[in-house]
Ligand binder design. Structure first.
Ligand SMILES: [Mg+2]
Length: 306
């Protein structure tokens, strides 16, 4: 079990907090709160993996706390287990209906509390793995289009705040369909994997991002790089792919597998939607294709029409 899980224990009685801490501190990082208000603050601040929540507390009871947790995007997905002296079926039902994942009655059996917590954290762990997998392209292992859209939004906003340029390169494999027709899809898949790893190797800064957009199309997102630097990187990447000399006899662009690249750089503005950057880079990819493939075409820096 991952020992870095963080638990938030909420109980108004010091003795209960001490008991649960004693029981769990070997396996988890423990954060304590002694009332509802403090629980909400600490949940928002520490983003714990699980919350153990007492029901009976003065001022704000556990039912109110869980309602507030579920109303806040920052805390909505944190699983909550009620631990309480209330033990009627009605209390339990109410707790579960409010979104608690489990309900443990006091006095509790320590070993059982431990196992239940471990089981819930196991499913937290599995859910996160699935979420991560849903963001990766299964063929190449690099981020997929869905993840790219998220990162593009984030970087667009970040570069807007910093008044920094954001460069985007759209990459397409030349005559890929005819390659597949001649060599089979397994060979085509291998080409896509090699291209993914070459694109990854061509970016060096931690903020640079490469994804498979779909089919034989890839994207490279370069925050804080102006058009000159990004254009140069695109040109190097194009040369790197061709230098791998993967034979492509039916291509009219080269004897080898090659790529076409379209790029654009903008300093994000409030008035311009992020989608425009993609459209622009994609338009210039089309120009690269149209003028012979195996080349880079770059949108002018000004907002002149493409
Ligand atoms: Mg209490």
């Amino acid at each position: 079990m991952n020992p870095t899980f963080t638990l938030l224990i909420v109980d108004d009685e010091k003795q209960n907090r001490a008991l649960l801490t004693e029981l769990l501190q070997e396996d988890y990082r423990i954060i304590l709160a002694k009332d509802g208000r403090q629980a909400l603050d600490r949940a928002r601040e520490h983003n714990p993996d699980l919350i153990l929540l007492d029901v009976l507390m003065p001022e704000m009871d556990g039912y109110t706390v869980i309602r507030e947790l579920k109303n806040d995007d920052r805390t909505r997905n944190i699983p909550v287990i009620f631990i309480t002296a209330l033990d009627s079926a009605g209390d339990e039902e109410r707790g579960l209906e409010l979104g608690a994942v489990d309900y443990i009655s006091k006095p509790f059996t320590p070993a059982i509390v431990r196992v239940r917590i471990r089981n819930h954290l196991q499913s937290v762990h599995q859910r996160r793995l699935l979420e991560q997998m849903a963001m990766l392209d299964s063929l190449t292992g690099i981020p997929n289009r869905r993840r790219f859209n998220e990162v593009l939004e984030q970087e667009w906003r970040r570069c807007m705040r910093d008044n920094a340029p954001l460069s985007l390169i759209v990459v397409d494999v030349d005559h890929f369909k005819s390659f597949n027709d001649c060599n089979g899809h397994a060979a085509g898949d291998e080409v896509l994997r090699r291209i993914a790893s070459t694109l990854l190797a061509s970016v060096r800064r931690p903020g640079d991002f490469v994804a498979r957009y779909g089919g034989e199309e890839f994207v490279m997102l370069l925050p804080g790089i102006d058009s000159e630097g990004a254009h140069l990187l695109a040109e190097h990447t194009r040369a790197d792919i061709e230098a791998e000399q993967i034979p492509h006899p039916t291509s009219d662009a080269s004897p080898w597998i090659t790529i076409s690249l379209g790029g654009a750089t903008r300093i994000p503005q409030e008035c311009a939607p992020v989608a425009e950057l993609f459209c622009l880079a994609d338009t210039w990819l089309y120009k690269a294709k149209y003028s012979g493939r195996n080349r880079v075409a770059w949108a002018p820096d000004s907002a002149s029409p493409a």
